[in-house]
Design a binder for this molecule. Structure first.
Ligand code: OAD
Ligand code: ZN
Length: 246
């Protein structure tokens, strides 16, 4: 079966680099973006230029974030996260590349500098002007006091979740590290992503072109199944559960 072949490929690979999307966190209660009931089936994305230009857009963006707080706060690593953490401890996975913003790879045992966050992190906030970090609690208090999304106390520019919105520049250092890892690995495993959002979706092909074998694990077909050496159309928790060690 696909999962047995995956086991052989994992056993035989030196360096494995996982690349994760929202599908690895759905069993943790966090919805993905494009499945039925996904975030973008309910809300239109707020592009970065709109966030910058409009107080109303900033208020709406923060209202959405506060509405998700219980979900994010309660979420614990799932079988997929735990399997990757086991392989990390076993020395097979140097770091994980993720499009996710939920901090669950860190929670599963990866040090912060071993999680390459292409789209940032939603568990804290950051000023879009000077880059100062803020806790979500601070934003919530200010929002409740003023009835509006706050600006930075240092430079008066808007404060946003520390995530990357559509139209916002990608984090250069993370892109660089993801490039190096993709080109250095023997086995690249794309897990739980529809692989439609670029430039992130370019890493599987980059790994493949540099000589890695490519595995895609996703319930639904993806845009890039045809370039993969192995495609597992299966639930991630089921497919990776056998690799959860101790
Ligand atoms: P998507 O919602 O586009 O894709 C998630 C994929 O995971 C879907 O194809 C699902 O079928 C699959 N899936 C969900 N749960 C699963 C499970 N338990 N087992 C197996 N497969 C499962 O999410 P991403 O590809 O991560 O970026 O989205 C990419 C980017 O689009 C996000 O990082 C975000 C979003 O807009 C920005 O906002 C910049
Ligand atoms: Zn600032």
């Amino acid at each position: 079966s696909g999962v047995e072949r995956l086991g052989d490929m994992i056993a035989n690979a030196g360096i494995i680099v996982p690349f994760t999307g929202a599908g690895i966190s759905t069993e943790c209660g966090i919805p993905d973006f494009r499945s039925p009931g996904g975030i973008w089936t309910r809300n239109r994305p707020i592009p970065f230029d709109e966030f910058v230009a409009s107080q109303e857009a900033r208020d709406e963006s923060w209202r959405r974030r506060f509405a998700m707080e219980e979900v994010f706060a309660a979420a614990k690593p799932g079988r997929g996260h735990r399997a990757l953490a086991s392989l990390h401890r076993a020395g097979k996975i140097p770091a994980v590349i993720t499009q996710n913003i939920d901090n669950l790879h860190q929670a599963s045992g990866f040090a912060a500098d071993r999680v390459i966050e292409l789209h940032g992190n939603t568990t804290y906030a950051r000023c879009i002007g000077c880059g100062q970090d803020y806790q979500l609690d601070w934003v919530k208090r200010r929002f409740d006091q003023d009835g509006a999304a706050p600006n930075c106390t240092a430079c008066d520019e808007p404060v946003k979740t520390a995530t990357i919105s559509f139209g916002q520049a990608m984090p250069e250092d993370q892109m660089q590290r993801a490039t190096e890892l993709s080109q250095a690995c023997d086995l690249f495993i794309a897990i739980g992503s529809s692989l439609v959002v670029w430039p992130a979706a370019g890493f599987p092909m980059m790994a493949k072109n540099a000589g890695a074998r490519l595995v895609i694990i996703n319930r639904e077909p993806t845009e890039q199944d045809d370039i993969a050496d192995l495609v597992i159309h299966h639930d991630i928790g089921e497919a990776l559960g056998p690799f959860v060690g101790n």
